[in-house]
Design a protein around this ligand. Structure first.
Ligand code: RUB
Length: 271
């Protein structure tokens, strides 16, 4: 079993990537941690440390809140099962938004958004994908590699090319780290993608399971290390590296969840 600080470092350094995967990783960690230490003070401290390691994504927070209430090993197993099942449901429900031969633009790497695209392809829809590289950590490369392995035609482009490649896309499909009353949260750059989609009148779909509903009062946008933006210090220059965007619902056509496809208004009401 890895230590709490090692588990937190793996999450913080994005060795584990994507909101759902982070939560699954934490749940698997707690499986062995709680077997040994129970659900008392040690668990509370470990939960706090893991949550702090990536404060924006809400799935981790939501599953920890459930564990704090239930304090049972069976709760860990059922959360793992529910999270894994939610992607299967999302892919079946979400493939409906994709029409044959569509060109789909996506940003960053979202397991849930990709599950929808892959299911559409599995059903013979002959889709293709534009993936933005996603500065500064280049998660778009992972997206492109995964799609290519699944034999889905994929084109990688720089983030700053989004105004250009949006011409060629039919729809935009992105994941979510959190869905809040005021909008959805996803990797930094998603706001620009959403604005371009609106300018080009291309529908934007958000994909995320119901564990991403975020009822926290305050949204904390994680600020990451400056060295991810530029490796050296530059005299007299401050560097900022916000990791996520909050995108208002007005940019979104529909939201695909494991409970169905909803309008942003319906989602805001549910939250
Ligand atoms: C990943 C990201 C993903 C969401 C959803 O950010 O923004 O779009 O987490 O992912 P990071 P999933 O690379 O910083 O983790 O659909 O896999 O939950």
């Amino acid at each position: 079993m890895v230590s709490v600080s090692q588990a937190a470092a793996n999450i913080k350094q994005v060795h584990v990537q994507g909101a759902k995967e982070i939560a699954l990783y934490a749940l698997n960690f707690f499986k062995s941690f709680c077997k040994k230490n129970g659900f008392g003070l040690k668990f509370e401290v470990a939960a706090y440390i893991l949550e702090e390691s990536r404060p924006t994504a809400v799935v981790l927070h939501n599953v920890i809140e459930i564990l704090k209430k239930k304090k049972r090993m069976s709760a860990i197993n059922s959360l793992i099962h529910d999270l894994q099942n939610s992607t299967k449901k999302i892919s079946r429900i979400g493939q409906k938004i994709i029409k044959p031969k569509q060109k789909i633009l996506t940003h960053c790497h979202s397991g849930e958004a990709l599950s929808v695209i892959e299911e559409a392809q599995r059903r013979g829809k002959n889709v293709s994908v534009y993936a933005t590289i996603t500065e500064p950590l280049h998660q778009g490369i992972r997206t492109a590699k995964e799609l290519s392995k699944k034999k889905i035609p994929v084109t990688l482009a720089a983030d700053i090319a989004v105004g250009h490649i949006m011409h060629a896309a039919n729809i935009v499909v992105v994941g979510a780290d959190a869905m809040r009353k005021e909008g959805f949260v996803n990797k930094v750059g998603t706001y620009l993608v959403a604005e371009e989609a609106k300018r080009h009148r291309k529908p934007l779909y958000v994909v995320g399971n119901h564990f991403k509903f975020d009822r926290r009062k305050k949204l904390v946008i994680e600020e990451r290390s400056a060295s991810e933006v530029w490796p050296k210090k530059i005299k007299g220059v401050k560097i900022r590296n916000p990791a996520f965007d909050l995108v208002p619902w007005r940019f979104v056509k529909k939201v695909v969840t494991d409970k169905g496809i909803f309008t942003p208004k319906q989602i805001a009401r549910m939250i």
